[in-house]
Design a protein around this ligand. Structure first.
Ligand code: KG4
Ligand code: ZN
Length: 349
């Protein structure tokens, strides 16, 4: 059994958790959403300062709720890439300091690997190989999970990430930040067939479209044009619920089509979904329904492990630690790092 104290501060949640292999002993998440809402999005400098103010309390609370002392902690983990540099620095510096003070190994974790590991928290029996559909505020990827630290990116977005599209469309509709949960809530009251919207196919030079890559900027523009047209026609109030439902259905269709094609082509029997957009009820129902006839298993983490949290980071760290993957104390944070370079975070074994 490996007990890890984990920290996540890559964006706008200050999170700390204690994880025992794939078991969550405690998970503290302090969201900064109310602070950033007034600006309509995350302000990086404000995010870093908020992390500094709350990180110590989150760590102390995680240890208290887990009922563990430092002697029982085997390693200290924190997200070190990718993300907002100032935010990453707060969590990773805290982890380094604690590792030095308490003489524990340091495990830097790739944020997206954390989102993949969220599926292990709710499905501890899950083992690679499987396909991960990772849909967050910054990423939309289809990942062939071969082993711990061994990933192949099969599909990506060519422009906006799925979560980014939700946030931008929400802003067009005058909804508050973050837009995903707001659109999800409104879509439940709207008609998904009210407005035909494009699915965001990525064309190939010889004709047809890329089977796994997606694009959401065209869809976003289509919603913008629709809103302009309705306003010119003096439609008042705007049918916001119908627009939200039509947009959400288009994203769900697009992601589902690609994930299923990819799983079938690579003969992968399980699709594990991760990232904030995995919380979306339209995607959840659409993907589950479409996967059933193909006998594909679809796993969605509970909502609290879809959006950013430290438990998923601890789960990934525990697996790396078991394999002897430890980070050097002079490792820095990186705003960008491909998932295929995860092993660069660890000393050669
Ligand atoms: O994974 P996450 O918490 O942070 C990143 O790593 O980016 O994802 C945040 C994104 C935001 O864009 C947010 O609008 C979206 O996830 N999101 C949702 C829902 N809940 C959060 N999108 C659609 N439906 C939701 N229910
Ligand atoms: Zn995330």
């Amino acid at each position: 059994m490996v007990s890890i104290l984990a920290i996540e501060t890559s964006c706008d949640e200050t999170a700390a958790a204690v994880v025992n292999n794939r078991n969550v002993c405690s998970s503290i998440i302090t969201s900064q959403i109310p602070v950033h809402r007034q600006y309509g999005g995350v302000v990086p400098e404000v995010a870093s300062r908020q992390h500094v103010e709350t990180i110590n309390q989150a760590i102390a609370q995680a240890l208290i709720e887990a009922n563990l002392g430092w002697a029982e902690i085997d390693g200290i983990a924190a997200t070190c890439a990718p993300g907002l540099v100032g935010s990453l620095l707060v969590g990773f510096t805290a982890a380094k300091s604690l590792a030095l003070i308490h003489q524990k190994p340091l495990i830097g974790v790739h944020h997206l690997e954390g989102h993949i590991y969220a599926s292990y928290l709710s499905s501890p029996e899950l083992e690679p190989p499987f396909l991960c559909l990772l849909v967050s505020g910054g990423h939309t990827s289809l990942i062939f999970v071969k082993d711990c630290g061994d990933y192949e990116i099969l599909g990506e977005t060519r422009d906006d990430a799925a979560g980014e599209a939700f946030d931008k469309v929400a802003r067009l509709l005058n909804l508050s930040y973050p837009g995903g949960p707001e659109i999800d809530r409104l879509a439940a009251q709207g008609n998904p067939k009210a407005f035909p919207l494009p699915e965001g196919n990525v064309g190939l030079p010889g004709g047809g479209y890329h089977p796994y890559d997606s694009s959401f900027s065209g869809l976003k523009t289509a919603v913008w044009r629709l809103v302009q047209k309705l306003q010119q026609e003096k439609v008042d109030p705007l049918p916001v619920a119908d627009i939200a439902a039509s947009f959400q259905a288009s994203v769900a269709r697009s992601l589902t089509k690609r994930a299923i094609a990819c799983a079938l082509d690579y003969n992968l029997k399980t699709i594990a979904v991760g990232g904030g957009v995995a919380a979306n009820s339209g995607l959840r129902s659409h993907l589950q329904a479409a996967a059933a006839p193909h006998h594909l298993q679809v796993l969605f983490p509970p909502l609290k492990y879809c959006t950013d949290n430290a438990a998923m980071i601890g789960c990934a760290a525990a697996d790396h630690f078991r394999r002897g993957h430890i980070s050097p104390l002079n490792l820095g944070v990186q705003s960008r790092l491909s998932l295929t370079n995860v092993m660069s975070l660890y000393c050669p074994v």
